[in-house]
Design a protein around this ligand. Structure first.
Ligand code: UTP
Length: 297
């Protein structure tokens, strides 16, 4: 399953497709991007960017759309806020993780949300000829205590395999139809060879219950495949369909993330993530537990 380590370039760029409409969270997402909804006190996009930085990624490319400017502003310097907080002796440390080296936040526009594959293709000029990571920020990947984040685990695997990598997790068989599913080949620890990919299969046709879970490392050739990609499931240009065409030409593996994943694109997943992270916080966990006990009677 491994390639010569010297043959592949390091992953230094990440694409964050954030141009979706967020219809499942309306009306909350009418004026606020879904990616700015907070889990406790950090917006979803911040968790994804922090995960990227931990994995050694330097350039963050946001594929944005109408009404998404708050995402870019979040990573800007907030002069008035910082001045006022400084004058009042408040700790500016809370703003540290949203600071960036100038030039390392790049945005491109997807004018019409034609699907995830199309959103990624919109970043082609900035990705250039390098391997790149993709983060779907509404999927929150939380590492186990003392362990590393999902993308860092993937980059470590990529150092061994090269090629294309996707993060997967197992779901109950009757849930596969909502996701991209892999046709699994040989398994080596947390690595599984990918023989095929299918977007939103019927339960009876699904090749496995291992679903793609919002993190990817892809070779730049995918941009050329996306160039000609036709519409797939839901009438959208699907990234899964483009990736499926690359299997066989390049190594393709799935990494099972050792950690937890919360689907914050769904309301129940969002609430679950909020409760789980709040309960684990040293500064508020016991208060939240008391509140929950009171609510549950
Ligand atoms: P989702 O389907 O989960 O997001 O797309 P959505 O369309 O915003 O949400 P709902 O279903 O209407 O509630 C997965 C990711 O791909 C991005 C989304 O922003 C999200 O991060 N996306 C999707 C785009 O950037 N462009 C698209 O055309 C579609």
């Amino acid at each position: 399953m491994t390639q010569d380590k010297t043959t592949h370039k390091p992953v230094k760029k990440a694409v964050f497709p954030v141009a979706g409409l967020g219809t499942r969270f309306l009306p909350a997402t009418k004026a606020i991007p879904k990616e700015m909804l907070p889990i406790v006190d950090r917006p979803l996009i911040q968790y994804a960017v922090d995960e990227a930085r931990e994995a050694g990624i330097e350039q963050m490319i946001f594929v944005t759309g109408r009404g998404k400017t708050a995402i870019v502003e979040h990573f800007d310097v907030a002069y008035e806020l910082e001045d006022t907080m400084g004058e009042r002796g408040k700790d500016l440390g809370v703003l540290e993780s949203s600071r960036f080296v100038p030039g390392d936040i790049i945005t491109v526009r997807q004018q019409v949300p034609m699907g995830l594959g199309h959103a990624i293709w919109c970043a082609r000029a900035i990705v250039g000829d390098e391997p790149f990571a993709i983060f779907l920020p509404d999927e929150l990947m939380v590492a186990h205590k003392g362990s590393t984040g999902c993308m860092k685990q993937m980059v470590e695997a990529y150092d061994r395999t090269g090629g294309n990598l996707i993060s997967v997790l197992e779901v109950p068989e009757n849930e596969v139809s909502s996701y991209g599913v892999i046709d699994p080949g040989a398994v080596d620890g947390s690595l599984t060879q990918v023989k095929g990919l299918v977007e939103k299969p019927a339960v009876a046709d699904a090749p496995s219950n291992k679903i793609i879970s919002g993190r990817y490392i892809l070779q730049p050739e995918v941009m050329r495949v996306l160039e000609d990609q036709e519409k797939g499931a839901g009438g959208e240009i699907q990234l899964t369909d483009a990736m499926a065409k690359m299997i066989g030409d390049q190594p393709f593996h799935a990494v099972t993330f050792e950690g937890r994943r919360f689907d914050c694109g769904s309301k129940t997943g969002f609430v679950e993530a909020t409760l789980a992270l709040a309960l684990e916080r040293e500064d508020m966990g016991s208060d939240v537990r008391a509140v929950m006990e009171r609510l549950l009677g």
